[in-house]
Design a protein around this ligand. Structure first.
Ligand code: NAI
Length: 265
C-alpha cells in the first residue's frame, strides 16, 4: 500500500489554504489543518502561546512525523489594522512553525515545506527594511514597534520579504536540505479570496489594487495556487531548494522584467 502522507496546512479554513486542504485530501493525503476556527487545530499563530499550543497539538496528532507543511495563515494590510499584527502572524507565525516542526519533517518521507510570500515584496514600493531586518534578527518586540510605526499596508510586503529571505537562508542548510527536507516559497499575485476582497472593498486600497497590471487579464484562483503547492509537495519537485516561485499572472514580469534574474557582480 502507498504511504499516506501527513501534511500540515495553516490558514486552512479559508482561501488558498482551504483549497489546498481540499486538493490534498482528494489526493489521499491526511491533512492537519490549523486556523483560528474550523480546523483540526484551533490556535492563534499570532501569539507565542498559540504557536506553542499548535505545535503540541500537531506533535500529538502526527505522532511526531510529518511529510509536509504549508504556511498560508496570514493577514493583509488595511488602513485601520496595526502593522504588528502582520509581523506576528505573517512572519513569526510562519517561521516559528517552520522551526518547531522541522524535526517532525526530518522524520517524514520526501518531506517538503512551503512558505507563502506575495509579489508585493518586489512590486510594492517603500518596503520598510527595518521591519524586515528586525524580523530576521528574531526581535519580535522590536519588529512590532517598527511595524506599528510603518502601518500594516507598508508592513505587509516587509513580512513577505522577510519570510522569503528566511526561507532562502535556511533551505540550503544541513538542517533542511541536508536532512532531506525541501524548503521553498511561493509568492502569489492577486488571488480571489476573502483576504483580497477586504482590500478590494477598501475605498483607498481598492482603486489602487484595480490599477495594478495583471497581463493575463484576471486574478488567480485559490485552486490554481493549490495546484502549485501540490506540485511542490510532490515527487517531481525534489530538485527545488530555496526557490521563490512568483505566480502572479505576469505582474512582476511586466513591472520588473530586467531585475530578475540578477547577474552576480
Ligand atoms: P484568507 O483570508 O482567505 O485565508 C487566510 C486564513 O488564515 C484564514 O482562514 C484566517 O483565519 C487564517 N489566519 C489569520 N490569522 C491567523 C492566526 N493568527 N492564526 C491562525 N490562522 C490565522 O487569505 P488567502 O488570500 O487565502 O491568503 C493566504 C496567504 O496567501 C496569506 O499569507 C496571504 O498573505 C497570502 N497571499 C494572498 C494573496 C491574495 O491575493 N489573496 C496574494 C499574495 C499572498
Amino acid at each position: 500500500m502507498a504511504h499516506q502522507r501527513t501534511i500540515v496546512v495553516t490558514g486552512s479554513a479559508s482561501g488558498m489554504g482551504a483549497a489546498t486542504l481540499k486538493r490534498l485530501v482528494a489526493n489521499g493525503d491526511r491533512v492537519i489543518g490549523v486556523d483560528l476556527h474550523d480546523a483540526d487545530v484551533v490556535a492563534d499563530l499570532g501569539t507565542p502561546e498559540g504557536r506553542q499550543s499548535a505545535v503540541e497539538a500537531i506533535q500529538e496528532l502526527s505522532q511526531g512525523v510529518l511529510d509536509g507543511l504549508v504556511t498560508f495563515a496570514g493577514k493583509g494590510g488595511l488602513p485601520n489594522r496595526a502593522g504588528s499584527l502582520l509581523v506576528a502572524v505573517n512572519y513569526f507565525g510562519t517561521v516559528k512553525l517552520l522551526e518547531s516542526l522541522r524535526p517532525l519533517l526530518a522524520k517524514g518521507t520526501n518531506s517538503a515545506a512551503i512558505a507563502i510570500a506575495s509579489n508585493s515584496m518586489t512590486c510594492q514600493p517603500g518596503v520598510p527594511l527595518d521591519v524586515v531586518n528586525l524580523c530576521l534578527g528574531d526581535d519580535e518586540d522590536g519588529a512590532h514597534v517598527a511595524a506599528d510605526t510603518a502601518g500594516s499596508i507598508q508592513t505587509y510586503p516587509a513580512t513577505k520579504l522577510a519570510v522569503t529571505r528566511w526561507v532562502r537562508h535556511h533551505a540550503p542548510s544541513p538542517e533542511w536540505a541536508g536532512a532531506g527536507i525541501t524548503l521553498n516559497v511561493i509568492a502569489p499575485g492577486a488571488v480571489q479570496t476573502p483576504l483580497l476582497k477586504e482590500t478590494q472593498d477598501d475605498e483607498i486600497l481598492g482603486p489602487m489594487l484595480a490599477a495594478f497590471p495583471i497581463p493575463i487579464g484576471r486574478n488567480g484562483t485559490a485552486e490554481e495556487l493549490a495546484g502549485v503547492v501540490a506540485f511542490l509537495l510532490g515527487p517531481d519537485a525534489r530538485f527545488f531548494c530555496g526557490s521563490a516561485l512568483i505566480v502572479d499572472g505576469g505582474t512582476e514580469a511586466s513591472l520588473r522584467a530586467d531585475d530578475l534574474p540578477s547577474p552576480m557582480a
